[in-house]
Design a binder for this molecule. Sequence first.
Ligand SMILES: N[C@@H](CCC[C@H](N)C(=O)O)C(=O)O
Length: 275
Amino acid sequence: MSQNTPLPFAKMHGLGNDFVVIDTRETPVAMDAPLARAIADRKTGVGCDQLILIGASDRADVSMRIFNQDGSEVEACGNATRCVPLFTGRDVTIETKAGLLHAARIGGLVSVDMGEPRFGWEDIPLAYAMDTLAMPASWDDLPPPAAVNVGNPHVVFFLDDPARVDMARLGPLIETDPLFPRRVNVNFAHLVDDDHIRLTVWERGAGFTRACGTGACATAIAAIRRKLAHGPVRVTLEGGDLLIDWTPGGHITMTGPAVHVFDGVLDPGSFTATP
Ligand SMILES: N[C@@H](CCC[C@H](N)C(=O)O)C(=O)O
């Protein structure tokens, strides 16, 4: 881990899923897992669910790299994507590991074209071939889940009575199950109506967050594929609501709020002091 110069950053969030956002367009930053973990640490760093690096791009207005709290670099983050137009001050096309995404401000909200979901077992990815709409896999007495890749991997359980499920034990157990070679984001969903879902997400590399944008997309899509719901679907998370729209064969649209909380400067000396 090495960072020798002060690092300006913005603290932002989408429905309480919080981010440290660093602009690397002019000044590249050598990011690695230990440095990402140090910045994300809520006691000795700034604290965040994900660290976001905004960079230059040849293919889009900007690029976006995403690091989970545990330092792992990942492909997609729905809530952070909504923060990018606030950070740059304009509607943007963003190059990510999950492809090109477009984010536009609409009224007080931000709407993102999240691209097309994938459903093949090797796309999730899973360790071996199986049906991804009703996976023949079980943990405790959870029902067969659905798996969806919306840039990053998700598994979705539809629960009649979420209060009876020990999510704090099952979330990390399922996240790291060998069935998911790249680990997985675990979505515990409850269908309120055919256009409304309540959702709790155990995020890969970050644990429970107040909201997960890609989790909301994956869950709405799984519900639509199972004909339990129709778009647009309101997904209610601890931090608030997202509106997700998708028709089979099409792109996903995610609409919700984004907030710029404050700006700061990270002291490079503090990182060397972190064990
Ligand atoms: N909070 C995000 C998802 C962040 C990445 C995820 N934990 C992963 O490892 O894939 C969102 O809003 O989508």
